[in-house]
Design a protein around this ligand. Structure first.
Ligand code: COA
Length: 214
């Protein structure tokens, strides 16, 4: 892989993303950060400069530049998903990011722009869709499917054969028992234990997880 790399967003998730990129020895290729609010991006310990907003992309065409999505995936507005789809449509490529201290079993398919963070384990037979996040210390056990733009939060555990559909969030420390299906854009609260399928767009929390009122 070669070419310049730009990080989209400079917040908390972006800091983790940048640390992962440095751990992969990509530092020579990182040219900077673009953020909707460039004046309020916190300093990063890697001295990666903030170049401005997305408008700067005109100086970095898709032929010479790849993008790394630094937006986290929480909340109802799906900024991360929308940003990825918009810029992918413009021809930009998003390399997948697998931290050297993550464990990804042989044969696991990892989509474009997917991010597997330090300490995560993705077991045999699993698939991680494009632009998905398997966050710090999360576990996707055998035959799991993490859909495009979905986010398995820090320390969450998907037992064997769990399917998390497009854009869903499984919150930090949650456990989803084997074979359960989490519908697209559903939200599983931090610490929940999910023992039944979760409908598309539903919000579940608690032990056992129950639907939260609107
Ligand atoms: C479930 C969640 C999405 C709800 O957020 P919200 O819509 O803002 O809901 P509120 O904070 O208004 O809480 C609504 C009710 O649900 C309860 N609740 C919220 N999160 C809960 C959780 N994780 N487990 C159990 N109960 C929870 C609240 O106590 C509150 O109960 P009450 O009405 O009896 O006071 C959120 O709390 C959560 O857990 N998000 C996941 C965050 C995460 O893991 N991020 C990882 C990113 S790195």
């Amino acid at each position: 892989m070669s070419g310049k790399l730009l990080v989209l967003g400079g917040g908390g998730h972006a800091q983790v993303v940048m640390e992962t990129m440095i751990s992969l020895a990509w530092q020579e290729r990182i040219v900077g950060i673009l953020d909707a609010d460039p004046d309020h991006v916190p300093e990063n310990p890697f001295a990666i400069p903030v170049l401005g907003t997305d408008a700067e992309l005109e100086h970095f065409p898709p032929e010479s530049t790849q993008l790394v999505n630094g937006l986290g995936a929480v909340g109802k507005d799906h900024h991360r998903e929308r940003l990825f789809l918009r810029l992918q449509k413009q021809g930009y490529q998003f390399p997948s990011l697998v931290h050297p201290d993550a464990v990804v079993a042989r044969g696991v398919r990892v989509g474009a722009g997917a991010q597997i963070m330090a300490g995560a384990v993705v077991q045999v037979g699993s698939v991680v869709g494009e632009n998905a996040i398997v966050n710090t210390g999360a576990v996707v056990d055998h035959d799991g499917a993490v859909g495009a733009h979905a986010h398995v939060g820090p320390g969450a555990v998907l037992c064997g054969g769990v399917t998390v559909d497009e854009g869903a969030l499984v919150g930090a420390g949650a456990t989803v028992i084997q074979g359960v299906h989490v519908g697209h854009h559903a939200v599983v609260g931090a610490g929940a234990v999910v023992v039944r399928n979760v409908a598309n767009g539903a919000r579940m929390a608690g032990v056992p997880a129950r639907e939260l009122p609107e």
